[in-house]
Design a binder for this molecule. Structure first.
Ligand code: HEC
Length: 123
């Protein structure tokens, strides 16, 4: 349940929707944005921004920009953290996929896939 709240807030914080995020910042209350079928509140947006900065920004960037040269595989063989703004591909994924990636890691969706993306299900 906590991860669901985290993800709702995180998505509300602007994942994959930088343009929307910029527009939403100028609005006093949450607009028609939903996550997993539920309306997102402006309070969740605030919480999401804080959670993002504390737990995600170290890899995905303070401004959602991702790691430098994020399309090029690292020497370790793993991929860098992609941007969560409109220049990345996060926004292509469904709410449920984003929830699962964050709760269980990418290995939950792609068996045997090695990734630096942690699973936050235990948080
Ligand atoms: C230690 C670094 C690190 C942290 C911290 C981190 N991530 Fe990631 N994340 C990654 C990497 C690396 C990838 C790319 C995975 C791959 O392709 O192997 C990724 C991928 C993702 C994806 C899939 C994006 C896409 O475009 O397919 C989502 C969603 C995601 N992360 C969400 C989060 C959220 C939400 C948080 C914070 C709660 C977070 N990440 C924290 C490293 C991190």
């Amino acid at each position: 349940m906590r991860v669901r709240k985290l993800m709702t807030a995180f998505v509300a914080a602007g994942i994959g929707a930088a343009g929307w995020f910029a527009a939403a910042a100028q609005r006093p209350v949450a607009n028609g944005l939903t996550f997993l079928g539920e309306a997102v509140t402006s309070e969740q947006i605030d919480v999401g921004q804080a959670i993002y900065q504390d737990h995600c920004a170290s890899c995905h960037g303070v401004r959602l920009e991702g790691e430098p040269d994020w399309r090029r595989r690292k020497a370790s063989g793993r991929m860098p953290a992609p941007p969560h703004d409109a220049t990345g591909h996060t926004w292509h994924h469904s709410d449920q996929e984003l929830f699962t990636f964050t709760k269980s890691g990418l290995g939950a969706v792609l068996p045997d896939y090695e990734s630096d993306m942690p699973a936050f299900g235990g948080c």
